[in-house]
Design a protein around this ligand. Structure first.
Ligand SMILES: *Cc1c(COP(=O)(O)O)cnc(C)c1O
Length: 398
């Protein structure tokens, strides 16, 4: 496989100007233990064997690479969909939580904590904990607990304890603070599973490696179907950026492949109701790493907005900040309306209901202007069952 060299994280945890580990001193021992051990542990043949077996029989990998014939006809190009929506739990997040929980066990940890905004990462973590028989505590903002009730029920059904963060805006960043506090108080037995390519080094690199299975499979699947393992475009939506990092990973250094990232513009980038980080943000520190984030001139985080809970995040992972700054990645800001239109299009042309997050990636298609002899791979990060209410209301289908 073609591991990135040029776009790999460096010794100090940086991608270009972004990354690092900006953490309170009290958290240093936990993060340092992880930094020293993660590559050794995930490189062990027995680790790989345990994870591969679960990815195959529990998650259902390899996920199909599907030639979308009617969608291709419409856009007059060749479109393949990487079906992460067919993973157990309905999205890519489980690739990462399984990897991290096996790592946690090998570090001798018995208790897992996580934070979640929309609840998707909480569900993927609760799933992994149930599978492994480990205690699971998920921190979630009080406001999000109300907004995302079905995922709270799923977590409880799976045996996790959901703890409400009741400070501040009572959303994701407050839940993150609570989780950090918990980790500081329980450094010996507890492991903190982060759900995207964000947080202090080594998390962004570690999560990207666990999600890199996506592009590993795309390469051989595309070769099998077209004779060429390299598409012209790989397209993915970016919240924190984990499904995009996984879909890009083995193509990062191959500049013949255009990497396309879809950010949520919400109601439009100039409306004040947006989550288009690269369009609106600038360099700062968020959740333990230096990256691009939406902030006021005096550095206060600006509350993001998107119709899609999974993209409603004020930053992006440091790898993506570097892809943006270096122009290796092409970033599009996709509005709620554009995402909704693309969701319905995929339903009606291909019989697939995509997650609202994923619909943002699909909405890049009109902008790409891909040619008839070119190949586009779109990472279908998740399925849309969780979003049916929103689709019904906003598309006037009720
Ligand atoms: C959580 C989620 C995302 C956004 O997270 P990334 O880390 O950017 O991948 C995208 N799609 C789906 C279906 C999700 O559940």
């Amino acid at each position: 496989m073609s591991e990135p060299i040029k776009f790999a994280v460096n010794e100090k945890g940086y991608y270009g100007n972004f990354g690092g580990a900006y953490i309170p001193e009290m958290l240093y021992p936990n993060v340092e233990e992880l930094r020293q051990k993660y590559l050794g542990i995930i490189g062990e043949p027995s680790f790989k064997a345990e994870l591969d077996a679960l990815l195959k029989d529990y998650v259902g990998r390899p996920t199909p690479l599907y030639y979308a014939k009617r969608l291709s006809e419409k856009y007059k190009t060749n479109i393949y969909l990487k079906r992460e929506d067919l993973c157990h739990t309905g999205a890519h997040k489980v690739n990462n939580t399984l990897g991290q929980i096996i790592l946690a066990k090998r570090l001798g940890k018995t208790r897992i904590i996580a934070e979640t905004g929309a609840g998707q990462h909480g569900v993927a973590t609760a799933t992994a904990c149930a599978l492994m028989g480990l205690q699971c505590v998920v921190y979630m903002g009080e406001v999000d607990i109300q907004r995302q009730a079905p995922n709270v029920l799923r977590m409880k059904m799976l045996g996790a304890e959901v703890r409400a963060a009741t400070c501040g805006s009572r959303t994701l960043k407050d839940a993150t603070n609570e989780a950090m506090r918990d980790w500081i108080s329980n450094p010996v037995d507890t492991y903190y599973i982060i759900g995207s390519v964000v947080g202090p080094h080594p998390y962004p690199d570690m999560v990207a490696r666990f999600q890199s299975i996506i592009s590993e499979e795309i390469k051989w699947q595309l070769k099998e179907k077209t004779g060429n393992e390299d598409p012209d475009y790989v397209v993915a939506c970016v919240g924190g950026g984990s499904n995009a990092a996984g879909a890009f990973y083995h193509y990062l250094d191959n500049e013949k492949v255009t990497l396309v990232a879809a950010e949520a513009a919400g109601m439009g980038i100039s409306t004040g109701h947006s989550a288009a980080t690269t369009a609106l943000g600038f360099s700062g520190v968020l959740h333990g790493s230096k990256t691009i984030l939406m902030q006021s001139d005096d550095g206060q985080i600006v509350e993001p907005y998107s119709i899609s809970a999974g993209l409603d995040y004020p930053g992006i992972g440091p790898l993506h900040a570097h892809l943006f700054e270096s122009k290796r990645g092409k970033f599009f800001s996709i509005t709620d309306e554009e995402a909704l239109t693309s969701a319905l299009e995929l339903c009606r042309l291909e019989g697939i209901i995509p997650a609202l997050e994923t619909s943002h990636a699909l909405a890049c298609l009109p902008y790409l202007k891909a040619k008839a002899n070119e190949t586009v791979v779109i990472n279908l990060s998740g399925r849309g069952d969780k979003d049916l209410d929103t689709y019904m209301k906003r598309l006037g289908l009720e």
